[in-house]
Design a binder for this molecule. Sequence first.
Ligand code: MN
Length: 741
Amino acid sequence: MAITKPIEQEEKLLIQKAYRRMVRSIKSEVHPEDKVNIRKAYEMAVSAHANQRRKSGEPYVMHPIEVSRICAREIGLGPTAIICALLHDVVEDTPVTLEEIQEEFGEKIAKIVDGLTKLDGTYSYNSPQAENFKKVVSTLIEDVRVVLIKMADRLHNLRTIGSMPHEKQLKIAAETNYIYSPLAHRLGLYNMRVEFQDLCMRITDPDAYREISEKLQQSKNERSRYIQEFIRPLRKKLDQLGMPYRITGRPKSISSIWNKIKTKNVSFDEIYDLFAIRVIVDVPLDLEKNICWQIYSIVTDVHPPIPERLKDWITTPKSNGYESLHTTVIGPKGRYVEIQIRSERMDEIAERGFAAHWKYKGIKNQKNVYEMWLDNIRDILEDEVHDDPVEFLSDFKTNLFKEEVYVYTPNGDMKILPKGATALDFAFSIHTDLGYHASAIKVNNKLVPMGYELKNGDQIQVTTNKNQKPNDDWLKMVITGKAKSKIRSSLKEEKRKKGEFGKESLARKFKNLKVDFDKGVETLIREYDYKNHPELFYDIYTGEFDLSELKKFSIENHQLIKKKEDQVQQLARIEKGEKAPADDSVHRSGQSKILVNGEPADQYEFSLATCCNPVQGDPIFAFFTAGAGLKIHRTNCPNSTHLMANYGYRVMKAEWVDKIGDSFQVNLIITGVDDGPGVIERLTNTVSSKLGLNIRAFSIEGTGGYFEGKMSVLVMNKNQMELAIRTLKNLKGISNVIRES
Ligand code: MN
């Protein structure tokens, strides 16, 4: 896209000036060797982009110089990132190759430049955003600097977007809002996020942007007078602390004011907290918390606080590393004023996020929160089940951009999970095995359903059972990427294992028909549009794919050949304009939810035994009766010992197919204290409204303050039944709920 036109003498001076300005903005001390390399990178960029210009007409090299300045000044990155930023467009847009960069600057820099180039190269405004997003995030875990430089690149492009066609501006703005500004937030780059949002708003809502910025300008004097009035009485007392400090009063960003106007439906003049006061104190690490609270006490002595607005992010920092003490006080003229109290260190982390964070690495336990976050990203990215980018994106968004909830293990260790996470998410977050085998979960010593949504301060205890394993319903009870991906891969593995049985029966069939196994399988996959072998084998196992389909093939030379439809018939149909008959036998919904000896049970006459009413998930067996076909019993049915002992030859292996469909009746015996007429209502309400189950029958009898009830409920599977039992047990006045045996 660059225009070609030689650089003139005065432009060369401008370029040099920009470069020197960038070098001055480097905050850390620069090693002489790094200095040489930065200079070398600059010279390489200048000569590589020599004749290129940006859309605006300025020399192209001004862009990489500005991007490196953003990296140095606004993100606080070091020499490596600065060199990479200078070179970030060289490989893509000029004849310089990656090999040359590696030779000049070494492998580390070449790798980051490569990451940046790839991100650009594979990137397309036309491909779905989810696709792009995944690419950006994948580079993040390799070297976070790739993403940080990419964000600086994006920021500079947005700052200078004026010469782009409006259509393209809108696309870039949408994508920035979608990907870069939440990422900036998550990486703790507060200022950058605000600038992204403001720049985007200028593109998407130009009128509102102009109006608010004008009004802010007009009210500037009045505002700074007010801030002075607010600060003056504080100063004297703060001076007495004997610690260097500074107070700032900054207006809030245009986009955040605009948001408030939109969401609260108020006018600009009705927004009184247009600014926030910040007290930043220079204090040794070990005194930070103490001094910050002292300042809080001074501030609230002068201006009365609104206690419910107090937020202590010092004791529990946000997971993007943010630390600060926030509150709102009532200032002069009764106006609410937000105040933030923090140390210089906290301020640097708040302003420059991730990079500043690494500088203080090792302090407190912040390293853990970042690393937990990166681990979480890794989990989601490594989940091979995620070939659908949209699913990936939704997992990613829920997990990484949500607010958090703070909960505790039984030992009192804190865990941070995204808001909305459930008790089952917690189990998976501790350990995969704990999640896989979670059979009961207690929160604050009370049993809860696995899908219980965690609240701040909850203490969670997970009980496991080695026979427990995930089923499809579990996916609906978790929101974290880790839990979802672990459950999905366990289900997939389960499917693969069961598919082995399907594979065996297919192999047997092929052997009888003298069909070559591999070729036969290929034909079936092609003809019936299967994604892969395991899917086909699994469907054979469940009966979804009926082996009688094979009749539609003739066998020639050990291969399956699809029989041609009778040509005369076909012609006649085409003349009448009819479609081919619907092939409903292929993927018919499997009616049989039970397999007997690995074969669908509905090829026999079968029914569920009424002595034990098995539900999906119960261990079961099939019994061949003398006159009534097969009966399916629970293995712990009171009759089972007798049947197995005396008629062992009539007992067959039976198992459930994991398929949601019919429901089963279970009888629950409920006992409790008869505390008035509310009990029946409470029970039925809970079962039908809260749990969404159908009640078939309900009877209740009471004597001497106690009652015993029998409720017949329809459930889909064992999990649902257990959930119902657990939930009912927790109701007031209920002492026990058991399943009738
Ligand atoms: Mn660029």
